[in-house]
Design a protein. Structure first.
Length: 146
């Protein structure tokens, strides 16, 4: 079985955020980090070179593939912030409930388990906080901390 390419590293989140360019993305990364810490109550870890993850879970797919991944997180990328929400991906009800919140969020694009935001000024951070909290609760329900 192939090993996952993106795993937890020993890089300090603060060191990574200090290296992010442009500086505006680094500052927004600090804002996102504070928000995720507030909602999740978790100290983040780096997943690979650029993803800041909060909590973790393990599961095995029907195919037999084992997964060790973060519960939630983000990556402050140069063009757009990538926000990772596994709860809406793993739980259809959470994904459906998120639609009403997304209508209030502001300007974003999305992928299967991700939201992409150009800059934080484009979104309502209070709505983002609601999304993080709902998603975190879904992951706790599906994959309780052991």
């Amino acid at each position: 079985m192939a090993e996952a390419k993106t795993t937890i590293t020993d890089v300090a989140v603060e060191d990574f955020l200090a290296s992010v360019v442009p500086p505006a993305k680094a500052e927004e990364g600090r804002v996102l980090d504070a928000l995720f810490r507030k909602v999740t109550g978790k100290v983040p870890r780096m997943w690979g070179p650029t993803i800041i993850g909060y909590g973790e879970y393990r599961t095995t797919y029907d195919s037999g593939r084992e997964v060790h991944w973060m519960r939630s997180g983000f990556s402050p990328r140069k063009a757009k912030h990538s926000l990772y929400f596994m709860g809406g991906y793993c739980d259809a009800d959470t994904g459906t409930a998120r639609e009403a919140k997304l209508a209030r969020l502001g300007k974003y694009s999305r992928g299967a388990s991700c939201l992409y935001v150009n800059k934080l000024a484009d979104i309502d951070l209070a709505v983002l906080e609601e999304i993080i909290a709902e998603d975190w609760a879904a992951m706790q329900k599906i994959y309780p901390d052991s």
